[in-house]
Design a protein around this ligand. Structure first.
Ligand SMILES: NC(=O)c1ccc[n+]([C@@H]2O[C@H](COP(=O)([O-])OP(=O)(O)OC[C@H]3O[C@@H](n4cnc5c(N)ncnc54)[C@H](O)[C@@H]3O)[C@@H](O)[C@H]2O)c1
Ligand SMILES: [Zn+2]
Length: 705
């Protein structure tokens, strides 16, 4: 028995030492470097374990234990400021019971029946002490280890919401205001974006960003960082008549020109505390700044005085924490999901972890760019965030814990669902499966769209029926619709069906075979190709073959341009000159979607089958090439025309059937040279291509001679 307790004793001692070591290390990372390695919740649970162990073994408490002090020693990069009144931390409550216990202790110690609390959101920033002498800001300091902090006066002066001079008159001669400097969620995102673009380090969260910004050696940097501030109390005061409650003090601070949280309320009892906690909790994700809990403070200052404080926190206040929105876990693998519209989304499979009150096993990684920016890899230890009802996401990687030999993630080149090519148009974040007509992930969406009224208009083939027929394996691609008659018997036997309804459906399907080119094109569900674009394409090209050809050409021409090492502007000019972009309202975005769709042979197979099953339409008469005076002629425009812009000239030429391209070759028929024509004209002459001056050009397009 004696032996056993001795060994337990040494175990406890060991655990205490490990915990203290660990916590000191995390304090240093958090308070000094502003670069934490673990989430606050994990830190809190280490801290809690230490507190509980010390409570059970009070004889083992040492004065240098993290439980006996606040924060960390100030950094030597700044002058030291001794706080005339210590800046304390706050006790925590993590459960209803702990808040009840707090309230009970307060009542017992004060021996009164009613205690009002001032309820304040606990902003996640860093505490500042601001000293005003004769109404003038003379010093700003961080909390540091509570006894002394860092002199950050020059930086504090750049923080817009902090008054340099107090308003009114009735302030004490010396006044120390305390409050929280913080960064809004918006400013935080903007800062990290700025850091990415300028190769700076990413901040883990708004708190670390705010702390890192205030603890800058160059105040100009602080000034750029858009810090905000809420005052929440006073420290030292000399002279003046001061309010006797926390709530009245805050009102006074507001009169003197300090921003004070608009959410603050006085609650009458414990129930009021719970109610306030719940109400703010519901709005937590919508607030413009991060909060990690509610601070309840005994409102009357005389009560506060009676209650006093323990080693690191006052007895008259408590921080009632919300469930953490972040947690650390391991990323088991990265899978790629294909959405109903063909968008590929990388998803992280995680070791199950509790976040925001639920178990999380998956988190979105958004897209390739995001994965690259965060450099997320299989096997990484990651921090996951889940705020409110938002989909959990991987926030960042803990690099220190990366296993050896890990590899960067690459998006697959073919769709994991159907094997079609994956395309990611230039300038877009989303990679897509191009197998719109065959991809199982896109199947239901594609079929619903295909059969819809404005597309193939198949009466009776609605959303619900399509979903059922897909689940019964009767439909995979739109072509299967025209094979449904082969399954007539199976259809008749379906619940609630009969000869009549099947006959109706099959006849609607039969009827849909006679369609129009614009409808058919629209029905294919090519991304970005709506009814209007489909109609424009149809009237420009006249037939599906020509559209298909132009789309395929576009992909080839694109590759060619990409290989030419052109200047941005020239590249875009040439891009615009490509045939497909001559169609009204078709720009690069739509053109590249068309190219992707028609490049995918799976899609072409389905179109071929549809036609074999009898889907048909009449080609459209395009103003016959022969009727157009400049049909088949290729023009290049160069130099400046006095009478019209280059775009207008191009429009005139295309209206007459000409093709306008960007570069001169042997195939060019005419070069139109305005003022300062440059090398194109020389090249035309070298190749023996006819050169028209502006007059000759005008004659040609206006038909006057
Ligand atoms: N992730 C890590 O590695 C790591 C390391 C150290 C500390 N931490 C985090 O920091 C916390 C401990 O830091 P702490 O000692 O600053 O305690 P705290 O942040 O839990 O509470 C005290 C602080 O709350 C702030 N506060 C916000 N609103 C307030 C209000 N209305 N009234 C009074 N104070 C208000 C003040 O800055 C005050 O100093 C831990 O709970 C942990 O979450 C994390
Ligand atoms: Zn696919």
């Amino acid at each position: 028995m004696a032996a056993r307790s001795a060994s337990t004793g040494s175990d406890v001692r060991k655990r205490l030492e490990t915990l203290r070591e660990e916590i000191r290390r995390h304090d240093y990372l958090y308070y000094v470097l502003d670069d934490p390695e673990i989430t606050d919740a994990e830190y809190d649970s280490l801290f809690r374990e230490l507190e509980q162990l010390e409570q059970a073994h009070p004889d083992l408490i040492s004065s240098d234990s993290p439980t006996q002090r606040v924060g960390a020693k100030p950094s030597s990069a700044f002058a030291e400021v001794r706080h005339e009144q210590p800046m304390l931390s706050l006790g925590n409550a993590f459960s209803e019971q702990e808040l009840r216990d707090f309230d009970r202790r307060v009542h017992e110690r004060l021996d009164v029946d009613q205690v009002h609390y001032n309820a304040e959101p606990k902003l996640d920033g860093l505490a500042l002490s601001l000293l005003y002498v004769d109404g003038e800001l003379v010093r700003g300091a961080t909390r540091g280890d509570g006894a002394s902090g860092e002199d950050v006066t020059a930086n504090v002066r750049t923080v817009g919401p902090i008054p340099l001079r107090l308003r009114g008159r009735d302030w004490p001669r010396r006044l120390e205001v305390r409050g929280e400097a913080y960064m809004t969620k918006k400013a935080f995102i903007a800062l990290n974006e700025y850091q990415t673009q300028n190769g700076g380090k990413q901040f883990a969260n708004p708190r670390n960003a705010a702390a890192g910004s205030l603890r800058q050696l160059d105040p100009k940097i602080t000034a750029r960082r858009k810090l905000a501030f809420f005052a929440y109390g006073v420290g030292l005061t000399e002279g003046g008549d001061l309010p006797v409650t926390q709530s009245a003090m805050l009102a006074r601070l507001r009169d003197w020109g300090f921003p004070v949280s608009p959410e603050i309320e006085v609650v009458k009892d414990l129930d009021g505390c719970f109610d306030y906690y719940r109400r703010i909790g519901e709005r937590r994700t919508a607030l413009p700044y991060d909060i990690d809990g509610i601070v309840f403070k005994v409102d009357r200052f005389d009560y506060q005085q009676q209650l006093g404080f323990v080693s690191r926190a006052p007895r008259w206040a408590i921080a009632y924490k919300y469930p953490p929105e972040e947690a650390t876990t391991r990323l088991l693998s990265i899978e790629v999901q294909v959405g109903r519209t063909g968008a590929l989304t990388p998803v992280a499979r995680l070791e199950p972890v509790q976040v925001g009150g639920v178990t999380v096993t998956n988190a979105t990684l958004h897209n390739q760019d995001e994965i690259e920016r965060k450099d997320v890899r299989k096997g990484d230890t990651v921090i996951v965030r889940r705020a409110g009802d938002v989909i959990p996401e991987v926030l960042r990687v803990i690099r220190e814990k990366r296993p050896k030999g890990s590899r960067r993630f690459k998006m697959p080149q073919t769709c994991p669902e159907c094997g079609s090519e994956v395309v990611r148009p230039e300038g877009e974040a989303v990679a897509r499966c191009s197998g719109g007509l065959v991809c199982p992930a896109q199947r239901i969406q594609a079929l619903i769209h295909f059969a819809s009224r404005r597309a193939m208009d198949i009466e009776g083939l609605g959303d619900a029926l399509i979903e059922q027929l897909v689940s019964e394996d009767l439909l995979k691609t739109p072509a299967d619709i025209y094979r449904l008659h082969e399954h007539r018997e199976q259809l008749v036997e379906r619940d609630g069906w009969g000869e009549k309804s099947v006959a109706n459906l099959l006849s609607a399907i039969e009827k849909s075979k006679a369609t129009t080119l614009p409808r058919f094109l629209f029905a294919l569900g090519i991304p970005e190709v709506g009814e209007v674009t489909a109609a424009d394409l149809a009237s420009h090209f006249g037939s599906l073959e020509k559209i298909e050809q132009a789309a395929k050409d576009y992909a080839g021409q694109l590759a060619e341009l990409a290989g030419m090492d052109l200047k941005q502007a020239e590249y875009h000019r040439r891009l615009k000159a490509l045939e497909l972009q001559q169609v009204a309202n078709v720009g690069h975005e739509i053109a590249s979607k068309l190219a992707g769709f028609f490049h995918e042979s799976h899609n072409l197979d389905v179109i071929r089958q549809l036609r074999e099953f009898g889907v048909h339409w009449d080609d459209i008469e395009v103003a016959d090439a022969g009727d157009q005076p400049l049909a088949g002629q290729t023009f290049v425009l160069t130099g400046t025309l006095a009478s019209m812009s280059r775009d207008a000239a191009k429009e005139k030429l295309t209206a007459l059937g000409a093709k306008v391209t960007g570069s001169v070759s042997k195939k060019t028929d005419y070069v139109v040279a305005g003022a300062d024509p440059g090398s194109k004209r020389d090249k035309a002459e070298a190749l023996g291509v006819a050169v028209l001056d502006e007059d000759a050009f005008l004659e040609l397009v206006t038909g006057k001679s």
